[in-house]
Every structure is written in structure tokens, then in C-alpha cells.
Design a protein. Structure first.
Length: 296
């Protein structure tokens, strides 16, 4: 008799990781960056809580594993982040030797786990699992690593706290601070406004122009905004003018009352003010300085 060959069920997680490494995910910058974990591409199918969003400025698709990640992404862009890389993979090997071209010095997660005397996550006995940071956020001067959880799920003990310390050690080795952001760090009316204003980045990636902001400063009363815009730009220029208004809101140049919903039409009353911030380029750094960075 012939020996019956037993069918070995493929390890899907191992296959996903091999595919991600082979395809160079986690490498590249700006519009060429490819997140290590992607939604609906053989990685994790969407079930309503994940989100794939195209940034009108870079043209790149961002893959968020939760709405909370997406909302914090919007807030960080609003605060002045110039680039955000989601699902960013941490090098297993020292100096990120397993991610060619990254050129970062420091312990990989395997060595970091050994230094912390904790067990490194593995997919199989001999294949370690690549760890990913939710968001790597950049402005013109600094990098910030962001770990995102609902407040009730923030690791405070046990294995999950060990893994948070592993991530923190990795970033500390590279001179980058890691922050934990939760649902307590988002203001839902602001998120509502940013969702409404986000598409304006396609036509006004840098926000509203100085002459537009000067016009708004002198525009009285606010409940006549549509009428005043028509007088200034004409009826044909109204759509672009309103788009520029949205861009100013997204860029933090225009503050709008929190009760303004994303469905509010232009001809309704608006409670807004042009923001007088002498250092708008430091808004992102000021935000993170108000938080407590994680330590080993």
C-alpha cells in the first residue's frame, strides 16, 4: 500500500510576511513608501473598521487598521506633519540590515529583545515576526513614532507591555521618541471638520493663500460668507473659494466653531476666525511635547 501523504495547511501569516519582504514593503519615501501591512491585498480583509485612504497631495494610498488610526492621521496632518508612514516595519537585524538602504544604526528587535530579557515574537519556531509601528510621523526637523490604542487597551502589564517596551527600545536606539496616542487624544468635532476638509488638499495642498486669509479677516459678518465670497471671486469662482476655505481649515489657518458639521452648506452661518499663530511650523512638535514619551 502507498503511504498517504498528509496535507499540510499553509501558514498564512508566514506567507504574508515573506511576500511583504520580497516586495520591498516598508521601504521608500513619500509617494513611493509601501506599508508593510496592507488592507485587502492578501493581508487583512476589510470588515468595516479598517480604511484605505488616498492622500490628494502625495497620491499614495494609506492603509489604516482602524478608524482611530485614520482619525489620528488626519489630526497629525492638520498639525503640520509633512509625511506619515503607516504600518512601518522595524528591522529584525541590527542597523536594519534586513531592510536595504534604510541606513539606520541601532539594535534590531531581535537584539533589543535579548537586551530586555524578553521573548521576541515568532511566527514559527525559527521565523521571527517583523514588528510594525502604527505611524512614523515626520516634520522638517524630527521623527515621531506613534503607537495607537484605545485607552482601555493601552498595555499596562504582561506580554503586551513587554512588546511596547520592545518597540520603545528600537526607537530609542535610533534617537526617536515613541508616543502612545489613544481615543482620548482626539476631539470628534475636529475630526468631523477634517474629514470634510481633507479633499481640499488636492487643489490647495499648502492651505489658503495669504490674500484669502486677509479677505476673511475683513469679512463681516460671518453669516454672509457666501455672499462676500461671490462679491470677491464671482459666482464662477465660488466653488474654488470654498475649497480654499476648507484647505485653510485643514491646514489650521482657520478655526471653525466645533458645532460645525461636515454636512454644513456654504450658505449657512459660519463661526470662524483666522488663526494668528507666529510659529505654525512648530505645531506638531508642540503637540508631542504636551505628551509623555515612552521609555524602556
Amino acid at each position: 500500500m502507498f503511504e498517504q501523504v498528509k496535507y499540510k495547511k499553509p501558514n498564512k501569516e508566514l506567507g504574508r510576511q515573506k511576500r511583504a519582504l520580497k516586495n520591498g514593503r516598508g521601504l521608500g519615501e513619500e509617494d513611493e513608501y509601501s506599508p508593510f501591512i496592507q488592507i485587502g491585498r492578501g493581508d487583512f480583509p476589510s470588515h468595516g473598521r479598517s480604511e484605505v485612504v488616498k492622500d490628494p497631495v502625495s497620491g499614495r494610498q494609506h492603509h489604516f487598521l482602524s478608524w482611530l488610526e485614520y482619525f489620528i492621521f488626519l489630526i497629525l496632518l492638520h498639525l503640520g506633519a509633512v509625511e506619515i508612514r503607516e504600518q512601518f516595519p522595524l528591522g529584525l537585524e541590527d542597523d536594519d540590515a534586513d531592510f536595504p538602504g534604510r541606513n539606520w544604526e541601532g539594535l534590531g528587535t531581535l537584539s533589543a529583545a535579548q537586551a530586555l530579557a524578553i521573548r521576541h515574537p515568532h511566527i514559527t519556531t525559527d521565523v521571527p515576526r517583523v514588528q510594525t509601528t502604527d505611524l512614523l510621523v515626520m516634520d522638517r526637523w524630527a521623527h515621531f513614532a506613534v503607537f495607537i490604542r484605545h485607552e482601555q487597551d493601552v498595555p499596562r502589564f504582561g506580554r503586551q507591555l513587554e512588546l511596547l517596551k520592545l518597540h520603545t527600545r528600537y526607537w530609542t536606539e535610533r534617537g526617536i521618541k515613541q508616543y502612545v496616542l489613544t481615543d482620548k487624544d482626539i476631539h470628534l468635532p475636529l475630526v468631523d471638520l477634517l474629514l470634510w476638509a481633507f479633499p481640499s488638499r488636492r487643489t490647495h495642498p499648502h492651505g489658503a493663500a495669504a490674500d484669502f486669509l486677509d479677505f476673511l479677516t475683513s469679512c463681516e459678518p460671518h453669516n454672509k460668507l457666501q455672499t462676500e465670497l461671490i462679491k470677491w471671486r464671482g459666482i464662477e469662482g465660488l466653488p474654488d473659494a470654498f475649497d480654499e476655505f476648507k484647505a485653510g481649515v485643514f491646514a489650521g489657518q482657520i478655526a471653525v466653531a466645533a458645532n460645525t458639521s461636515m454636512l454644513r452648506p456654504l450658505n449657512r452661518s459660519w463661526d470662524f476666525a483666522v488663526v494668528d499663530d507666529p510659529m505654525p511650523h512648530t505645531r506638531l512638535q508642540r503637540f508631542f511635547e504636551s505628551k509623555v514619551a515612552q521609555h524602556d
